[in-house]
Design a protein around this ligand. Structure first.
Ligand SMILES: [Zn+2]
Length: 545
């Protein structure tokens, strides 16, 4: 296929694979299944399948989609989980997913779900994976699989869905089908308002996928689409499903299974099989995610901006900041939530005077527990679809709100960072006439935070410490935060990215407040907790509320 290069070690051309040629002849290249954009970037070939990435939403998909019918849903035919122990682990994982989806429904709706329907990759002999709970398991035969992937035919699922279906679980179903929007609109219209759709998928935005790139084991020729949380959510948004929770799910494997995959059936696996070692199970972050969506009554939720303002001993600035906030016009409705942490300098009295102002609410804390704690309290009270955290000072420019909101409203990003260094020299962020050493340290810290963040989370950011973090509600839905102090700021960014939302950076104005003017960050006591938070969030186990 590839003609050997005659000059130099690099080859710049290759002949098309048979799959590409056949598809071209049939004209079966498809636009992006999520956003319909016809703007793709070639990624790689694997086993004759050509993978591309949508430049607009980041979806990775096979183009042309695989046409040959394959027993995609037959786990055994796919050569997976031949050992009894591996099958048991697989079953246990499916059962746990059902349990978790049901638990999320119960937490949100206050009652146990009636019917649960499970579709997708399950073992043949799985009766009801949850034991007691009534679960309908729908299996796809070869014909049905082909009709699903070719025409988006979900007839076999639809006949089991009705008003009593509270939870529909799609276990790696959407990946088998390039027509996800069609499939989801059919399925969603068969469900009642408030029903849950739980999607298990191989997350292309996960850490293993980002690091291993084309060698990520989850890329295999039988799948045609690979989502990350963000573009999956975009797809669901089109059909009126709103994200209410998501988590990474480390997958359990036996050592034999891992050895087999890593060594392509060389002697390691058979050897391990003969020892007790082989059946030891380990949990690996393989890149599987569970995202849970709720069907919205009516088609679309209306947008609202919630501005959370944590306030503690800010008597000088709080009044003018609140005035400016109330006067600030944005293109969607907004609410301002002030969290006052029992200041000792008269701030509480100033805030009290704003009580009752249109679009402003005040939450009083009985004692200061740190900025992070105040922000968390404010976020819990917020009713908007988009959140923004505003310090009670003028270091940042309120005029930047519009630029920060725009990519979110256009659904080009769910998480936006206002970067103080974008387009500037990294070292010009803070200039204090009084304290040159401190200014240098602050600038150095910012660069160090951004670089560490980028390496740990595989991102490209210039300023992760910025106050301006604007994000959709779904970015933090179901996330448990622990930071109470200034380290919450870093935790927030890390957890949003861990949840699968990459930040988009927008340049903002910034006027540093001098330390003498009451800047409350203590370099020594705040630096370490914040910096170590970068690492702690990276290796934190997913937590449930
Ligand atoms: Zn796209």
């Amino acid at each position: 296929m590839v003609t050997p290069a005659t000059s130099g070690p690099r080859r710049f051309e290759f002949t098309s694979t048979p799959a590409v040629l056949t598809a071209r002849a049939r004209g079966s290249f498809v636009p992006c299944p999520v956003c319909d954009a016809d703007n793709e970037r070639y990624l790689f070939h694997k086993l004759g399948v050509r993978f591309v990435r949508c430049r607009s939403c980041g979806l990775v998909y096979a183009n042309p989609p695989a046409t040959a019918s394959r027993p995609y849903f037959d786990v055994i035919a796919a050569g997976q989980h031949e050992r009894p122990k591996d099958r048991a682990l697989f079953d246990a994982e499916v059962a746990d997913i059902v349990k978790e989806a049901a638990a999320q429904f119960e937490r949100r709706r206050g009652r146990t779900p009636r019917d649960i329907v499970l579709v997708g990759r399950v073992l043949d002999d799985t009766a009801t994976p949850t034991g007691a709970r009534a679960v309908k398991v729908i299996r796809f035969g070869l014909d049905e699989t082909e009709r699903l992937s070719r025409d988006g035919d979900v007839g076999p699922i639809l006949q089991h869905l009705d008003e009593a279906t509270d939870v529909l679980i799609l276990n790696e179903v959407l990946e088998a089908c390039p027509r996800g929007a069609l499939v989801m609109s059919k399925l969603t219209s068969a469900l009642a308002d408030g029903a849950f759709v739980a999607v298990v998928f191989s997350n292309v935005g996960s850490f293993p996928a980002r690091v291993l790139r084309r060698y990520w084991p989850r890329y295999f020729a039988w799948k045609s689409v690979y989502f990350d949380t963000e573009n999956l959510t975009k797809l669901m948004d089109r059909v009126g499903l709103r994200l209410v929770g998501h988590e990474r799910r480390p997958t359990a494997y036996t050592l034999s299974y891992i050895a087999e995959r890593l060594t392509s059936k060389r002697p390691a696996a058979p050897l391990l099989d003969r020892t007790p070692l082989g059946s030891i199970a380990v949990r690996l972050p393989a890149g599987t995610s569970l995202a849970v969506y709720e069907k919205q009554p009516g088609l679309r939720t209306t947008e609202m901006l919630s501005v959370v303002v944590p306030v503690f001993n800010e008597a000088t600035y709080v009044g003018p900041v609140l005035d400016a906030l109330l006067a600030k016009k944005v293109s969607i409705p907004k609410e301002v939530i002030v969290v006052e942490s029992n200041s000792t300098d008269g701030t509480r009295e100033i805030v009290r005077a704003y009580e009752g102002a249109d679009g402003l609410r005040v939450v009083y804390e009985d004692k200061p527990r740190g900025k992070g704690s105040a922000v968390r309290r404010g976020l819990a009270e917020a009713r908007g679809s988009i959140f923004l955290i505003q310090d009670a000072d003028f270091e940042y420019d309120l005029d930047d709100y519009d630029a920060l909101l725009e990519p979110i409203l256009q659904r080009r990003a769910s998480f936006v960072l206002g970067s103080r260094s974008l387009g500037l020299d990294d070292w010009k962020v803070r200039r204090y006439a009084s304290s040159k050493v401190k200014a240098f340290l602050m600038n150095f810290a910012q660069v160090m935070f951004a670089k560490t963040f980028n390496v740990l989370y595989q991102q490209r950011t210039t300023d992760v410490n910025t106050m301006f973090k604007v994000f959709r509600r779904e970015c933090i839905e179901g996330t448990v935060f622990r930071g109470n102090g200034f380290n919450f700021d870093i935790e927030l960014a890390c957890m949003i990215v861990s949840n699968g939302f990459s930040p988009m950076e927008v340049p903002v104005n910034y006027v540093a407040r001098g330390f003498d003017e009451g800047k409350k960050i203590n370099f020594i006591t705040e630096f370490y907790p914040s910096y170590s938070m970068l690492y702690r969030c990276r290796f934190r186990r997913p937590q449930r509320p």
